[in-house]
Design a protein around this ligand. Sequence first.
Ligand code: DQQ
Length: 533
Amino acid sequence: NAMFSWQRTAYHFQPQKNWMNDPDAPLYRLGWYHLFYQYNPDSAVWGNITWGHAVSRDLIHWLYLPLALIPDSWFDIAGAWTGSATLLPDGQVVILYTGDTNNSVQVQNLAYPANLSDPLLLHWVKYSGNPVLIPPTWLAPKDFRDPTTAWVGPDGKWRLTIGSKVNKTGIAIVYQTSDFTKYELLEGFLHAVPGTGMWECVDFYPVAVNGSLGLDTSANGPGIKHVLKASLDDTKKDHYALGTYDPISNKWTPDNPKMDVGIGLRLDYGWYYASKTFFDQNKQRRILWGWINETDTESDDLQKGWASVQTIPRTVLYDNKTGANILQWPVEEVESLRVNSTEFEEVIVEPGTVVPLHIGTATQLDIFAEFEVELLGSEAVEDNSSCSDGAVDRSTVGPFGLLVLADDSLSELTPIYFRPTNASDGSLKTYFCADESRSSLANDVFKKYYGNEVPVLDGETLSMRVLVDHSIVESFAQGGRTVITSRIYPTKAIYGAARLFLFNNATGVNVKATIKIWQLKSANIHPYPLDQL
Ligand code: DQQ
């Protein structure tokens, strides 16, 4: 539908048409990155959930492949839901996924490639003994889904975790297996957090305390922490925490109980859900995928004929400067799309002004910006604002940042910005925010304020990286400590009419901005040539 064609992204992964949700079973093998995804082949709304499949050499350019798993058996007839892949040392690949059965019971099923020597892994076989796991009697049959990638326990057996809930307590339970067909439930919970509700799409993986390499899912020992992530069904938000995994007791303990899973940090403070990581043994890194849902209406989605996008894959590392969060950063391969860089050095943005950045078309950008603040008058007055006040609300020292996907008359704009505050309790905090309230003149879409506090250490300048792709903006502050994904629907700030500005809405500071901007080429995302299949 041409009416909405400007909303199609140019370098984010999305199917040619119809509905997509969670990323599934990402893996790297024989020179190809594989991405599977929850897909409705028949419509632009959720339903008839099938596994879509695409492959890439570099995580940027993709080839669509035929559907990988079709819901055609009693154990997945109501949907082939989310799952994960495990690469076994002998070269085998196993996928465990949730099936919604003919009785609407959630079970776990095993699938494996028909032909391991096929680098594209085109054909998948469902194990004849499926389902391999049914819900334990003490769990509700609809609260048992989304198995993780397996890791090796101290006895050499595989373990994997599945999310659930007991009353209002979100839980992760662990199964043990030697062959992926027979399983034993380990006693107790990997972890449980009262009040957090059903845990979907649990992700569990090690991060190195030092260095810049990712770790295999089975790695553990000194110098390693474990990230536990749950997608909270009640709020549709992805929460994580850092902690330690004791494989003997099979318990994960958060570093800081006040920042436990579901009550502490979020992976992304924007519109983002059902994320999943994998270890890329090709480049020794851990990569995170996440699903960006729509915030327009179902009827809009049906009209445009498609719904949802995946984020740019992000590398995940432990932040050893703060020791309290992970760092997310777009995979380096996105830089291969960069053309025409423009630099602006020490641009002074005075209080209450906007400065246009003349860079030509501004719909496909990779922006890196640093901001220094010069206090003009006396001291900053006390200020308890946060992201929920939006970019219009002014204080002495903020907000300031970028206006992306704006039109010349500023009838549409999306501020991505910092808001330093000095609260009445004496604390100094910096918020990183996205104000979507004026992102679109359309009125049937969400227009909210997003963001959270971002740690800024002594001596650090404020910096942000922003990826703009027509209707998606992914924003990373302080090297990826705080991340916000925006799903917006500009109607004026499209194609050649989209502009980029700096803004400073503080009352008492000059902002000095140094910015480097690249235009990004479109990625090649198209069907794999049929005659080669
Ligand atoms: N999506 C899948 C479920 C999962 C949910 C169904 C999360 O397996 O819990 O499409 O978005």
